[in-house]
Ligand binder design. Structure first.
Ligand code: ATR
Length: 325
């Protein structure tokens, strides 16, 4: 929103001394776009300083020479309702939503696309005739990455999905809507696996079931595709081992030789699951492509050009990840 000096600041958050001032906060100079012209989009989350989306959209804006911007808007959970309510006055054409605000965004929008409805979360926002609309491009990103890197993945008879959190919902939606015959959810907390299976059983009857971790090895024996959605264990801050890596690697010995493996986690790029797949000589795809591809539909909506995910952009993000940025 331009003030009388022609300077633009996002309306919902222009003051508030109590707010944190680190990178990704509302005081982050990165999200002040006063010198910029053209459509302005954002990513909101809490925290959001670590998000790689600005690097992706920034690269595409530059590539197309579009005079627009894509900025981080760190908004704490207690303020996210107000943020969405006042978005129409902010001057943004739309934006992305990441953890922990995807369900709040789902509730805040006036309309949703079919993927957001199925997944129960919104990661992309835009306006249509003044109304705030929400979509979900995570399932699209997941599928587009595998289309590029694991040919034939959608012909899988049985897919085992490890984890039953928010990310697993998008994965399951992609798998079932692209025609994978059966999805077996394996999760530490059985109730969460059951809730996820029940949600998608309504949409795709008889093709999904929930299991506890004790069933994992038996299920892997008939898996054509394995998808990990659980986080990589974090390093103990007191552990000073150089090149520390979580051990032991997951046991993938039960998987058939033709099984494909993917992980939606991309830091590190080679997760324990992918390393185990590599050791077994299985075909695998890392999760970075999902992040890159999920950004495409949002960019096209806001900036009116459809970008492609190319090796140059991927290499740039790989370099960032490997240098610890
Ligand atoms: P996301 O949005 O990334 O999916 P989430 O909703 O917190 O994040 O879900 C994380 C998933 O990883 C959950 O299925 C979680 O299992 P629980 O439902 O039992 O909590 C799983 N997970 C997290 N840490 C795990 C661990 N150390 N071992 C096994 N599963 C783990």
């Amino acid at each position: 929103m331009a003030d009388e000096n022609g300077e633009w600041t996002p309306k919902p958050y222009v003051s508030g001394a109590e707010r944190p001032r680190g990178e990704g906060s509302i005081f982050d100079p990165n999200h002040r776009t006063k010198d910029e012209e053209g459509p302005k989009a954002f990513i909101t989350g809490w925290p959001v300083w670590h998000s790689r989306s600005p690097a992706i959209h920034g690269a595409w804006l530059k590539q197309f020479a579009i005079p627009g911007s894509y900025v981080r808007m760190g908004v704490p959970p207690e303020e996210i309702g107000e943020f969405f309510e006042t978005l129409g006055e902010s001057g943004f054409v739309g934006g992305n939503v990441t953890v922990p605000h995807k369900v709040a965004a789902f509730e805040a929008v006036e309309r949703r696309d079919g993927d957001a409805e199925a997944i129960g979360a919104v990661n992309t926002l835009w306006f249509e005739d003044g109304a705030l609309v929400g979509g979900n491009t995570d399932a699209y990103g997941f599928a587009a990455n595998l289309d590029e890197r694991l040919a034939g993945w959608a012909d899988a008879g049985t897919t085992v999905v490890l984890g039953a959190g928010g990310a697993a919902r998008a994965v399951v939606h992609a798998l079932l809507s692209r025609g994978v015959e059966r999805v077996e959810i394996v999760n530490r907390t059985m109730g969460r696996a059951e809730a996820l299976a029940a949600r998608f059983d309504r949409l795709f009857p008889g093709r999904i079931a929930a299991h506890g971790e004790e069933e994992r090895a038996k299920l892997l024996e008939r898996a054509d595709l394995l998808v990990n959605t659980t986080p990589v264990p974090e390093k103990d801050p007191d552990d000073e081992t150089p090149d520390w890596f979580p051990e032991p690697l997951p046991d993938l010995s039960a998987l058939p030789d033709h099984a494909l493996v993917t992980d939606i986690v991309y830091t590190p790029l080679m997760t324990p699951t992918l390393l185990a797949a590599k050791e077994r000589g299985l075909a695998y795809a890392d999760g970075l492509g999902m992040l890159l591809h999920q950004a495409v539909p949002g960019f096209e909506r806001w900036f009116k050009r459809r970008p492609t995910v190319d090796e140059t952009l991927r290499a740039r993000l790989v370099a960032d990840i490997e240098s610890g940025l």
